[in-house]
Design a protein around this ligand. Structure first.
Ligand code: CS2
Length: 496
């Protein structure tokens, strides 16, 4: 089993000391960079980095990844001290296995050296840019898709100062690339947004417009860039001391950039890479013309069910998704949500049964080795709810169907926004629209119908048509009344 003696820090110098089955497929420094990745969080390290290392290991190519952390310094420091090496521990219910990944060709910290990142984006060796920066970093209204640039992004686009936001960096990089005639580039969103490729393209276009880019430059950028859509899927909880400790036990050296993840990993990518790409299909990825059906499947039947579990669980005092699933009858309610509402709301990819996919999802959520905090899933609800739950509702209602179980999820979010659990403990609100939502609640706090009125008026979350749907409003109000009066446990027990 695992080594117990710590012989120092993970890095090129200690690689030979690692147990053989823990060593990376690639040695950093041997594969030149071809990809820039923005957002060096745990998800990137456990997903795209692993697939890319396997693709290059199988088929070669100059596809090392330069990992860019927009803000966080910890991960950059840790990786810089480790020659860009880090480990991924795969947590199956029956046991764990740890392997070091050598996909990163280097790391950069955008906040301290934005110009270096802009230069990289204009480097002809870089032909792919991938992003995992979370929904809110796109600064697009979740309902309309219109740019909702904050003061920082506006300053990035309308002044000469070094860019501080992700869209600012990207646009500055694209302008520099067009000026240098540095060749085509695929921009690949790996965030859980609907039509993420089209959204990223529209973000770039809207930013270029705000920056008053001349037409000739717009044409040059448009000719350089493709924005393939993707569906990405792996449950990767935020790393903890326990993650680092289990990596140390397995490796025999300290890894301060260690991540842990479930065994499942899926990547569906639209094949539109004008400057070439790694042979990701050799690493299990599905290359397709249209990732849309996969994306809807995943956003509705995985992320939507995750959010449902997180809000109901957090209200009932469950710290993790696994704990939440132990609530009596929650599984019954989630199965009805998937079978009666999510499945009929869209056309899944050929050959996929949504209820079967939903069963797999519940089994993945129940993996006892993954301690995914309900608070993590519950964060940024205003950015997540539209594509995870409300699109299902809109499609069902347009077909004249009821959306009662989805209404329960919306009611659980509203109840969560009130800021305390069923036992009275505080539930913090971590959301870019927190101030707006709190102000709305201050108006409508007194009755469930008042809360529904107030929050349904937040147009960034609820489109006007949906907010005006009386049957849906009544369903949400009914569930919110039950949740407020009786709590989650009793509401689930009585839910029919
Ligand atoms: C989760 C996702 O935190 C969340 O909101 O629903 O991060 C989820 O774990 C991933 O999308 C799984 O692929």
């Amino acid at each position: 089993m695992a080594l117990t003696v710590d012989t120092g820090r993970l890095g090129l110098a200690t690689l030979r000391r690692l147990p053989e089955d823990c060593r990376p497929l690639l040695r950093p420094g041997t594969v030149p960079a071809g990809i820039v990745h923005l957002g060096l969080g745990a998800f990137h390290r456990a997903h795209q980095a692993v697939h890319t290392e396997a693709a290059v290991g199988a088929a070669g190519g100059d596809w090392g990844i330069v990992g860019v952390a927009p803000r966080s310094t910890d991960v950059v420091r840790a990786l810089a001290a480790q020659d860009a090496l880090f480990s991924v521990t795969t947590l199956a219910a029956g046991g764990a296995s740890t392997r070091v990944v050598g996909a990163l060709a280097g790391v950069r910290h955008a906040a301290s050296d934005p110009d270096a990142v802009v230069r990289l984006l204009a480097d002809p060796a870089i032909r792919v840019v991938t992003l995992t920066v979370t929904e809110k970093a796109y600064q697009l209204d979740p309902v309309t898709g219109a740019l909702a640039a904050d003061a920082e992004l506006t300053a990035d686009l309308t002044t000469d100062r070094p860019p501080r936001t992700v869209p600012g960096l990207l646009v500055r990089g694209l302008l520099a690339r067009a000026a240098a005639d540095a060749g085509p580039l695929a921009l690949v969103s790996c965030d859980n947004l609907p039509a993420n490729g089209r959204r990223l393209r529209s973000l770039v276009d809207q930013c270029l417009a705000l920056a008053r880019t001349p037409d000739a430059t717009l044409d040059r950028v448009a000719a350089l860039v493709s924005c393939p859509g993707t569906m990405v899927d792996r449950i990767v909880p935020a790393s903890t001391d326990e993650t680092r400790e289990s990596a140390r036990r397995a490796l025999g050296v300290t890894d301060l950039a260690a991540v842990a993840a479930e065994p499942w990993s899926q990547w569906v990518i639209e094949d539109d890479f004008p400057g070439g790409r790694p042979a990701w299909e050799r690493a299990g990825a599905v290359l397709t013309d249209d990732a849309g059906p996969w994306e809807r499947l995943k956003l509705r039947a995985l992320n939507g069910v995750h959010s449902a579990t997180a809000y109901l669980g957090a209200l009932a005092g469950a710290e993790t998704v696994v704990d939440a699933l132990a609530l009596p009858r929650l599984d019954v309610v989630l199965r009805r949500l998937v079978g009666e509402e999510i499945a009929p709301s869209f056309t899944p990819p050929p050959g996929v049964s949504v209820p079967d996919y939903g069963e797999q999802v519940l089994a993945r959520f129940a993996n006892p080795a993954i301690r995914y905090r309900t608070a993590q899933v519950a964060s940024d609800g205003s950015q997540k709810l539209p594509q995870r739950v409300l699109h299902t509702v809109t499609d069902l209602r347009a077909a004249g169907r009821s959306a009662r179980w989805s209404a329960l999820v919306v009611a659980a979010w509203l109840r969560f926004l009130l800021g305390y659990a069923d036992d009275g403990r505080p539930l913090p609100l971590d959301d870019p629209l927190a101030d707006r939502l709190r102000a709305a609640l201050a108006d409508g706090r007194h009755t469930p119908a008042g809360v529904v009125d107030a929050v349904f008026a937040v147009r960034e979350v609820f489109p006007a048509d949906l907010a005006a749907d009386q049957e849906f409003r009544a369903d949400v109000t009914g569930w919110l009344t039950a949740l407020e009066r009786h709590g989650v446990r009793a509401t689930l027990a009585a839910a029919r």
